[in-house]
Design a protein around this ligand. Structure first.
Ligand code: PBG
Length: 325
């Protein structure tokens, strides 16, 4: 009896055999932990839409950065929630702004941890858009100078890498040029190059208090229906000087990660965004799913698709679990 010719189950029979043929290995080195910084002292406010996450003052952020390092994670990404907002996001590039002060604190207290900063205006503008608003229109070119100022102020404060998430055309070139002119040519740019207009950002907008106060982000973030455009966006950002190309969100866009992996020769980051995190946590709270297992499966799938690094709200937890396994 020759049928079946081959029996794949033979190699699945024991944990050790499964370990021997495992093709994708998630590592602590793959993970980047996002954090939300607010002004003040000894403040740790739960983010209702993201169970297990907090808006934290600098002291708590430093604590969490230490935990990230101890868990073996190479990098964190910092988002700031400013004390006040205005139409031109002036608190986004202030020397004493929330990100600038927090970065300095982390760099003082924790060595050998790459501190990335999110460069955007939406959390700092009163209208909640990622660029300058002129008569209800998001003015691309008027936003570039501001974004470059934000990136430069982060670098001056000690950021090791900047990550523009605004999706204005031409911002990577503008940021690269500004950093280079001011002596920060060693600071890499992780570009949110392929960022879709996604409902998966919902919980984050509560965490970062960054919802648009009118309209939506569809004139600057990408249409989820488009894949060719992802190649175009990534190619442009590479030409403009990006060092890492990000795809965001991750889980519903694994095909995009795979295509970029095949077509570009820069490291690819994937952002396992707030909605992806929160629906799994919510499902677990309902008693319907095991969030820890879901998260491990998801991150492995994102890596299998081609991501070289993953921004995830579960980074520290997963790093600890990987270490223990
Ligand atoms: C800011 C920004 C957003 C996220 C990262 N940077 C929100 C948005 O574009 O509305 C989303 C992150 C997440 O959902 O986890 N532009």
């Amino acid at each position: 009896m020759l049928f079946p010719d081959y029996r794949p189950r033979r190699m699945r029979a024991t944990p050790t055999l499964r370990r021997m043929i495992r093709e994708t290995l998630l590592s602590r080195n793959d993970l980047i932990q996002p954090m939300f910084a607010i002004p003040g002292n000894k403040i740790k406010k739960p983010i209702e839409s993201m169970p297990g996450h907090f808006q934290m003052s600098g002291d708590y952020i430093v604590e969490m950065a230490k935990q990230a390092k101890e868990a073996g994670i190479p990098a964190i990404i910092l988002f700031g929630i400013p004390d006040k907002k205005d139409p031109l996001a002036t608190r986004a590039y202030a020397d004493d702004g929330i990100v600038q002060k927090t970065v300095a604190k982390i760099k003082d207290a924790v060595s050998d941890l790459t501190v990335i900063t999110d460069v955007c205006l939406c959390g700092y503008t009163d209208h909640g858009h990622c660029g300058v608003v002129d008569n209800g229109i998001i003015d691309n070119d008027a936003s570039l100078d501001l974004l470059a100022k934000v990136a430069l102020s982060h670098a001056k404060a000690g950021a090791d890498m900047v990550a523009p998430s605004d999706m204005m055309d031409g911002r990577v070139a503008e940021i690269r040029q500004t950093l280079d002119e001011d002596g920060y040519d060693h600071i890499p740019v992780m570009s949110y190059a392929v960022k879709y207009a996604s409902a998966f950002y919902g919980p984050f907008r509560q965490a970062a208090d960054s919802s648009p106060q009118f309209g939506d982000r569809k004139t600057y973030q990408m249409d989820p229906a488009n894949a060719m455009e992802a190649i175009r966006e990534a190619t442009m950002d590479i030409e403009e000087g990006a060092d890492i190309i990000m795809v965001k969100p991750a889980l519903a866009y694994l095909d995009i990660i795979l295509r970029l992996k095949q077509e570009i020769d820069l490291p690819i980051a994937a952002y396992n965004v707030s909605g992806e995190y929160s629906i799994m946590k919510a499902g677990e709270m309902m008693g319907w799913v095991d969030a820890t297992a879901l998260i491990l499966e998801t991150l492995t799938a994102i890596k299998r698709a081609g991501a070289d690094m993953i921004l995830t709200y579960s980074a520290i937890d997963v790093a600890r679990a990987l270490e223990a396994s």
